[in-house]
Design a protein around this ligand. Structure first.
Ligand code: HAM
Length: 420
């Protein structure tokens, strides 16, 4: 193993690609901020119990993929594999739901950890931007979240994504369906592990990717036929709202999510240029999660979009984001005295809000101009002894190539004018 190697299943974000990640996070967050969602940040780890109870004891995430640790003090912690349970825990702890302003609408952005088999688009450390709307049962809220995610993706220029939509029913109708499904599944020819799954989490069996299993599932009872009237009406309303908003979706009754807390509305955003790991985002309603972790009844809905996969989706569509220049002005001093003077100018420009950088290390003109080019700066400032004696610096427009002297005292004003 090389000394300079990130742990398996992880990678570093380095410039210039890292700028795209920042822009993607910002593009997802912007519509949320503009729609009444407040920023929340929670610790990178939680008590294991929270995820075991929240995400579900029978899920792969909890049984196989959690990074758990015991502290020196004996606490059982887990690196967070997802954000929803943490955000709800934090909202309950801060009594946000008691402020008389439901739903509590929150957004977050951060790192998540799952011990998964690494492959393209699937990492052990990844990044999500998510939104949770806590404490209200209203199909308009489900629709709002779907519309905002769609808006975020479109603002990035993405086109080849699809929304898959389903309803998983509620605590009235899902248990009835679950039993009907179990009865059906128990008669099939399945391996031991799958038979165990029938007893713990039968809906997950529907998600089995193997052809010989899928073949046996053709006549499996359908959740759609078991939805109670309230769930049916709720789902129809969400669908109608999306249609009115012009947001396309596909009904997918096989859509079963990998977390146990979902009720009613569930959805996934998939991208057609990503191969096996095609889900760029997912979410849904989780009306029972608060009670599962010991809180009051708080019907809620949310989603999380994967930043890593969204960047891969951009690359798959050949989209280059129009990122703002990071450096507007690059200063190249020639000689000791010029270094002091130009560094003073750079500091003044920065204080005036102009993004400026400097050729450090006393390099020659040629090397320094190369760096100026690489920085993407629109203007360079060059000064040598003679310029200083004349009280000027040379200002060069890197786009037109034009160059001329500017009085030292006027540089900041001139650049502010030119940069608009
Ligand atoms: P999730 O579907 O497990 O849902 O994850 C959401 C997104 O995170 C996925 O669609 C994917 O883009 C990204 N993601 C998940 N695992 C990985 C991985 N190993 N490598 C790269 N990207 C990954 C949740 O986490 C729920 N908390 C979403 C939610 C919020 N539901 C309600 N509110």
């Amino acid at each position: 193993m090389s000394t300079f190697q990130a742990p398996k299943g992880t990678y570093d974000l380095t410039p210039p690609r890292s700028a795209t990640f920042l822009a993607v996070r910002e593009a997802i967050a912007a519509p949320l901020r503009d729609s009444g969602y407040g920023y929340i940040e929670t610790p990178g780890f939680e008590n294991v119990e929270l995820f075991a109870r929240g995400v579900g004891e029978s899920t792969d995430i909890v049984t196989k993929e959690m990074y758990t640790l015991t502290t020196k003090g004996g606490d059982q912690l887990a690196l967070r594999p997802e954000g929803t349970a943490s955000v709800l825990r934090a909202a309950l702890e801060a009594n946000l739901h008691k402020a008389g302003n439901l739903p509590v609408k929150l957004w977050y952005s951060g790192s998540y950890y799952r011990y998964e088999r690494p492959q393209a688009g699937r990492y052990r450390h990844f990044s999500q931007v998510g939104a949770e709307a806590i404490g209200t049962e209203d199909p308009v809220l489900d629709a709002e979240l779907l519309i905002l995610a769609d808006q975020a993706y479109r603002s990035l220029g993405l086109r080849r994504f699809r929304i898959l939509l389903n309803s998983l029913g509620d605590k009235e109708c899902r248990p009835v369906y679950r039993e009907a499904l179990q009865t059906f599944l128990r008669d099939l020819d399945l391996d031991e592990e799958t038979r165990r799954r029938i007893e713990i989490n039968p809906l997950r069996v529907l998600d089995d990717k193997r052809a010989d299993v899928q073949k046996q599932l053709t006549d499996a009872p359908k959740l759609r036929d078991h939805l109670c009237d309230a769930c049916k009406a709720y789902h129809e309303e969400v669908r109608a709202l999306l249609t009115t908003a012009g947001v396309a979706f596909e009904d997918d009754e096989k859509l079963v999510r990998g977390l146990d807390y979902y009720t009613r509305t569930t959805f996934e955003f998939v991208h057609d240029g990503l191969g096996a790991q095609s889900a760029v985002g997912g979410g849904g309603r989780y009306d029972g999660l608060s009670e599962m972790i010991g809180g009051p009844e708080l019907p809620s809905v949310g989603w999380a979009l994967g930043v890593d996969r969204t960047v891969l989706a951009l690359e798959a569509e050949g989209i280059e984001l129009d990122l703002p220049r990071t450096t507007s002005v690059y200063a190249v001093p020639l000689g000791e005295e010029a270094r002091r003077v130009l560094f003073g100018v750079v500091t003044e420009l920065r204080r005036a809000g102009i993004a400026a950088d400097f050729a450090f290390g006393g390099r020659g003109l040629k090397g320094a101009m190369k760096s100026a080019n690489r920085s993407g700066a629109r203007y360079t400032l060059v000064a040598g002894e003679r310029d200083l004696a004349d009280g000027v610096v040379q200002l060069k427009d890197m786009e037109s190539g034009e160059q001329g002297p500017v009085e030292l005292a006027e540089v900041a004003a001139e650049l502010t004018k030119r940069l608009g």
